[in-house]
Design a protein around this ligand. Structure first.
Ligand code: SAH
Length: 211
């Protein structure tokens, strides 16, 4: 499995990922431990995979692009919306000081909790609920990573972004979105488009409502 993981890191490098901390996080994290046994043989291919409950673990190169855009230095408090399998949560745990992650589906929440514990990281806090309203108790966050696609950038999340903070969020229709980088400097909020993507829907009060 270590050989397969190395090959995945090589693939990410070939696809243009340069941030060494990001590549090292992929090297440290066993993706096969986060996917159902039926698809485990494809765990180190650069493809999205089903994780149950109609949800998917993203393509590793999409995770890598998002993580690289956040430019984490290691001291940050990060909020993740959509824990899903918990794989990206663990990547973040290797790249930042403290990770706060929210998932709305109980079965995935419980499986992610076990997988994160098994991965041996201890700087992750988890919440079951609607992540579109953020997690006020621990705000502000230097980085926010949204793992599901919404119709717009959730305002509650912009408000929980620290001065100098960055957020990655897929925005668009239910079928296709653009990965958007939101940066906050004082009261100034700027956005930049990173890449076209396809994510599962962000369901919640500041996402796709009642679906
Ligand atoms: N980063 C994840 C990807 C999971 S797919 C991984 O590495 O596996 C996106 C996840 O977002 C799904 O598990 C879905 O249930 C969750 N989700 C969608 N809307 C949400 C919301 N409002 N709050 C929290 N989680 C949400």
């Amino acid at each position: 499995m270590v050989g397969a993981r190395r090959r995945l890191v090589e693939t990410l490098r070939e696809k243009g990922i340069r941030d060494l901390a990001v590549l090292r996080a992929f090297d440290m994290t066993a993706r096969h431990a986060f996917v159902p046994t039926g698809v485990r043989h494809r765990a180190y291919d650069d493809v999205p995979l089903p994780i149950g409950n109609g949800q998917t673990i993203s393509q590793p190169s999409v995770h890598a692009k998002s993580l690289e855009a956040l430019a984490l230095k290691g001291h940050e408090r990060v909020l993740e919306i959509g824990s899903g399998s918990g794989y990206q949560t663990v990547l973040l745990a290797h790249l930042a000081a403290q990770v706060f992650t929210i998932e709305r589906i109980p079965a995935l929440f419980n499986a992610a909790r076990e997988a994160i514990k098994a991965a041996g990281v201890t700087n992750v806090s988890m919440l079951l609920g609607d992540g579109t309203v953020g997690w006020r108790e621990f705000a502000p966050y230097e980085a926010i990573l949204v793992s599901a696609g919404g119709p717009s950038v959730p305002q509650a999340l912009v408000e929980q972004l620290a001065d100098g903070g960055r957020m990655i969020v897929p925005v668009g229709t239910l079928e296709e979105q653009t990965l958007v980088l939101v940066s906050r400097k004082g009261d100034q909020v700027t956005t930049r488009e990173i890449a076209p993507v396809r994510f599962v829907p962000l369901l919640g009060t500041q996402g796709w409502e009642g679906q």
